[in-house]
Design a protein around this ligand. Structure first.
Ligand code: AP5
Ligand code: MG
Length: 220
């Protein structure tokens, strides 16, 4: 099962990816997570990406495409994968199409998680992520049982440095200008499925699961 998860910053791509991973046993490939890991490790790639990420702009396509090419060559992608936050513009989508055609592994679906723009700011300013296991919480909508501590593994919960109002504003503009055209791109290919991203996380996941099963996704 090879799918692209589309959606604005804060729409719930990461939250839904974790649930998909668990049920369908396919890895989540999040370019944002890969880039953040490179930034904290201080690699040359991370140093190159940091300024764009801090500004809420996109990291250059060559950096991201190189990273994706390497990641898709790993053996855990045999059963498929969820692409979270990639592709992010039409050039990345075209390169992905070429890469997957060469591999003879076309995408099964692009799932758009649709959330009204007004609720995204609150979701992002309140987001808390576990530094150990990556679980996602929200101080307004989905608080942990104990402040600052992950319910799942007891790890420390942290705010992401790009979750401040100014950077969020740029990320939302970049989404509208560069990423939203992918909705039409995948619509034209007959791959687009839209799921409402408001409401209970479990209900949204049930709707995402229905889409995945309709395109051949199966539980491991
Ligand atoms: P990236 O890490 O991809 O961030 P993003 O697209 O801005 O998306 P987010 O991770 O912020 O949101 P999400 O949809 O995953 O939401 P989540 O599930 O966490 O990218 C970061 C940066 O990296 C970019 O700005 C760019 O610089 C660079 N980058 C990454 N990929 C790139 C690429 N391909 N090309 C170039 N540059 C790239 O949920 C958010 C919050 O909402 C959480 O607190 C959660 O608990 C809460 N929530 C979730 N669901 C619900 C619900 N149903 N109701 C209420 N609250 C909910
Ligand atoms: Mg995310």
């Amino acid at each position: 099962m090879r799918i692209v998860l589309l959606g604005a910053p804060g729409s719930g791509k990461g939250t839904q990816s974790k649930l998909i991973m668990e049920r369908y046993k396919v890895p989540q490939i999040s370019t944002g997570d890969l880039l953040r890991a490179a930034v904290s490790a201080g690699t040359p790639l991370g140093q190159q990406a940091k300024a764009a990420m801090d500004a809420g702009e996109l990291v250059t396509d060559d950096v991201v495409l190189g990273m994706i090419r390497e990641r898709l060559a790993m053996p855990d992608t045999q059963r498929g994968y969820i692409l979270d936050g990639f592709p992010r513009n039409l050039n990345q989508a075209g390169s992905l199409d070429e890469m997957l055609t060469d591999l003879g592994q076309p995408l099964d679906a692009a799932v758009l998680i649709h959330v009204d723009f007004e609720s995204l700011m609150q979701r992002l300013t309140g987001r808390l992520t576990c530094a150990s296991c990556g679980a996602v919480f929200n101080s307004y909508t989905h608080p942990p049982r104990q402040e600052g501590i992950c319910d799942l593994c007891g790890g420390e919960l942290k705010h992401r440095s790009d979750d401040n109002e100014e950077t969020i504003g740029s990320r939302l503009k970049v989404y509208q200008a560069q990423t939203e055209p992918l909705v039409e791109h995948y619509g034209d290919k007959g791959l687009l499925h839209t799921v409402k991203g408001e409401g209970e996380i479990e209900d949204i996941f049930n709707n995402v699961s229905k889409v995945l099963e309709s395109v051949g996704g199966s539980k491991a």
